[in-house]
Design a binder for this molecule. Structure first.
Ligand code: BTN
Length: 335
């Protein structure tokens, strides 16, 4: 199994081990000597790493002489904790965690080109250049959202790859409902909405031959515990915390999401496109009878959504009565 540390910038396995040790013994003071022994480093290294964790926002109390403890269990997506929860799962084997990276999609694409196997997951606590659709940026505040990218190698034609975006939306919707009771609205093809504001999005990128996908990366961004957003997106974005009035465990949500996606992905591989297309039509009000504006390379037009094609493309009945299939482009609801 490739070592997560072989990738520049990933969280050092031993820092992760320190965090796990502290988290598993939360509020209990553990001596520096014991930590040093268990992790296999010197006591001064333990001290330096405790400092580093504090800089990353983890509330480590204590010092070399007295020992260390966590004032509060941090909601950090450490691979050790995740691996334990994801035993036997496709997504529990190759986990790459960053406290900070530019974009988990960028990292996952690199892993894909380097031959990393299906099921690798790239996670970040913070992204400095999170990628959104149409070249937009994805605001990725430290420790507040889920920023995760999954690497897949399906035996699939590239024209069907967008179905994976829709599938990830369906899995996210099911996960959010199970954990919070909230009903996410799915806006074709990749938006997760709550009360008309954006809660999350999915960005799929791929490397493919004309008839065969080589690999696909599915980037999931979910706003979980943000309390405020930058002014330019403040009116457009929301988080589960803002909608439900309470904080949610990102770790718990990620475990559920990966488990849900694995089962949905297997069904898609066995049952084919109709599984995704039919389920999406059932679960997304947006696909039927919504008045929309479509902005594509070919121009802008108004119409009404009219279901999905068998490949999962959106059908729109234009105001002139002609039905078109939207392959790419921005579709917004107009009221
Ligand atoms: C959108 O514009 O709706 C898609 C947003 C996708 C954001 C996620 S966050 C994790 C992954 N890494 C990225 O750089 N982008 C995706």
């Amino acid at each position: 199994m490739p070592q997560a540390t072989s990738l520049p910038g990933t969280t050092d396995r031993r820092i992760a081990a320190l965090l796990t040790l502290l988290a598993e013994n939360a509020t209990i003071v553990i001596s520096g000597a014991r930590i040093a022994r268990e992790i296999g480093v010197s006591r001064s290294t333990v001290w330096r790493w405790a400092q580093r964790l504090r800089e990353l926002g983890v509330r480590v109390k204590g010092q070399q002489r007295t020992g260390y403890f966590l004032e509060e269990i941090p909601d950090i997506l450490t691979p050790d904790l995740l691996r334990k929860r994801m035993k036997g799962s496709l997504f529990g084997k190759h986990l790459y965690h960053f406290f900070k990276t530019d974009s988990t999609n960028r990292v996952a694409m690199e892993l894909g080109y380097a031959g990393e196997p299906e099921g690798a997951v790239v996670l970040a606590e913070e992204q400095t250049s999170g990628r959104g659709r149409s070249g937009r940026r994805w605001h990725s505040e430290r420790g507040a959202g889920i920023y995760a990218t999954l690497l897949l190698r399906p035996n699939l034609s590239p024209v069907l790859a967008p179905l994976l975006t829709m599938l990830a939306g369906l899995s996210s919707r099911a996960t959010i409902h199970a954990q919070t009771g909230l009903n996410v609205e799915l806006k074709w093809p990749n938006d997760l909405m709550l009360g008309g504001a954006k809660l999350g999005g999915i960005l799929t990128e791929m490397h493919a031959e004309p008839n065969q996908v080589r690999f696909v990366v599915i980037g999931l961004g979910i706003n979980v515990n943000q309390q405020k957003f930058p002014t330019d997106i403040a009116g457009l974005a929301t988080s589960l915390r803002k909608e439900s009035g309470k904080a949610h465990s990102r770790l718990e949500m990620l475990v559920r999401l990966l488990t849900q996606f694995e089962s949905d992905y297997n069904r898609f591989l066995h049952e084919g496109p109709s599984y995704v297309v039919e389920r999406f039509q059932r679960e997304s009000d947006f696909t039927q009878g919504k008045r929309v504006k479509v902005e594509s390379g070919k121009g802008t037009y108004l119409g009404k959504t009219d279901g999905l094609s068998p490949e999962g493309m959106l059908r729109v009945m234009k105001d002139d009565g002609q039905t078109v299939t939207v392959i790419a482009g921005d579709v917004t609801e107009v009221r």
